[in-house]
Every structure is written in structure tokens, then in C-alpha cells.
Design a protein around this ligand. Structure first.
Ligand code: SF4
Length: 84
């Protein structure tokens, strides 16, 4: 069974590959957002559910590998530009 498209997008967009890390498990469960939500959504609970569903060791390994790949690729492109 492969990794779903939703997970790959989540990892790429929120895992810190394409931009700043913003994945669900970064929530500190401080509760400050709960009284401010106009729809009374239990945001920390929902984020915890998302973290359980979308994150884990596989995400950490995939993100680390992708970051490594893009880092090497970036250095390769820079080197090629310097060589003309
Ligand atoms: S999402 Fe809500 S509970 Fe989680 S860290 Fe931010 S303010 Fe705190």
C-alpha cells in the first residue's frame, strides 16, 4: 500500500520542505485558540487527530530525505551556474 496523495501534499507543504514547518503536531495544546474559535471547534483535539493520521516516523524520514535531495540539487544547480 502506497502513501496517499494527501499525505505527500501534507508532508511537502507543511513538513518544512517547501516552506516553514506548520504541521499539526507543532500544537502545544495551550488552549488559547479554543475560546477564540467562532465555531467552537476544539482545535487542539482536531490537530492531535490530524497529527496521528498524517504524521509519524514515515513523515520524518520522508521529509529528511526530501530536504537532503533538494539541498544536493540546489548545490548542483549553483555549481553548474558558476561553471557557466
Ligand atoms: S493551535 Fe491552539 S492550542 Fe495549539 S498551540 Fe496554537 S493556540 Fe495553542
Amino acid at each position: 500500500m502506497g502513501i496517499s496523495k494527501a499525505k505527500r501534499l501534507y508532508w511537502f507543504q507543511l513538513g518544512g520542505i517547501a516552506s516553514k514547518k506548520a504541521y499539526a503536531s507543532l500544537c502545544k495544546d495551550c488552549g488559547k485558540c479554543v475560546p477564540k474559535c467562532p465555531q467552537n471547534i476544539d482545535i487542539p483535539k482536531e490537530l492531535s487527530t490530524i497529527a496521528t493520521e498524517m504524521e509519524g516516523l514515515t513523515m520524518k524520514v520522508a521529509v529528511a530525505l526530501a530536504k537532503g535531495f533538494f539541498s544536493v540539487q540546489r548545490r548542483f544547480v549553483v555549481r553548474r551556474k558558476r561553471q557557466g
